[in-house]
Design a protein around this ligand. Sequence first.
Ligand code: FNR
Length: 358
Amino acid sequence: MLLTLSDYEAEAQARLTKPVWDFVTGGAGEDGTVRANRRAFDGWRFRPRVGIDVSSIDVSTKLLGCSWQAPIAIAPTALHELCARDGELATAPAAASVGLPFTVSTFGSRTIEELAASCPQAVLWQQVYVFKDRSVTASLVERAHAAGAGAILVTVDSPWLGRRHRDMRGEFAMPPGVIARNLAASTGDDPDIVSPSAHSRRTMDPSLTWRDITWLSGLTDLPVVCKGVQTGEDAVAAREAGAAAVVVSNHGGRQLEGARATLDALPEVVAAVGPDYPVLMDGGVRSGRDVLLALGLGASAVLVGRPVLHGLAVAGTAGVAGVLTTLVEELVDAMGHCGRTTLRAIGHDLVTPTLGAR
Ligand code: FNR
């Protein structure tokens, strides 16, 4: 029975080949930060309130110029075709049916144009990297705008690519037929990128600075969101460079082995930019309770990465919709138990450190 996101994960592992499973699951080094992201959620507990009418609970929100049915979005992850034949074409309708934004990766196996045409009701965001060849980044932004995307997420945590031991040991290579079409539409290159890691090392710009974020913000009227901020100082710098929001993220533990958990970094970031600036977070969110803890610690919304790929591997569109619906239902359930009926009612008073955990 697929009751929890762990059930989807176990079923996905049974269906995917080992190299693909390792690519999806693994992090930098020996996965220490992947584990830290998860464990951080054990460091917090709820302070539920009672005596409040919880017969109606509203988890909808408006953020970055669009309406969300719940404060949850799909994080950008490369190459959905690794997990399901139709790749992102299967993901987009699930996001649309649950009413949540879907961030298309630069390394998407389908182009943002194909997704916008096949699923016009989906809220699509485009994730970009700052490439040495700035015209590739600019082209991704331009194409996203033309395809009707709602936001640009620029990933700032990858001037160096993480040393991912699982991938390095397994020498992950693209299975035949899986193609990074979204990037290829901007480079005009042979789309057959054999190794996403080798391609990233060759093309991403390690000289990336905040000036590049200012440049990027000047290219578009769409909100530009900086993904991969892990300190208060950098959140302030992102805001000053023109970002409309930040995502507290360590790339799902795939970049710096030893980086602290994103849930642990979140309060510092929220304190630095204040309550009126949107701070999203990702890394290790695996239940609606996790979503609520993140909101209690000041997140405006969360992103989920691997669970969406698990849903795709298990049952395509229905699997992704199952994962997203589970998260929303669990969030509603946890809010009901905590005496919170709207997202506005969620504050730091909702959470308390687990005794003995810190
Ligand atoms: C990612 N992530 C990522 N991020 C990004 O900005 N561009 C990308 O192309 C990718 N690709 C990618 C592939 C795979 C297989 C994974 C697992 C992750 C990182 C992603 O957006 C997000 O930060 C993490 O996945 C969040 O952590 P969880 O939810 O997977 O624990």
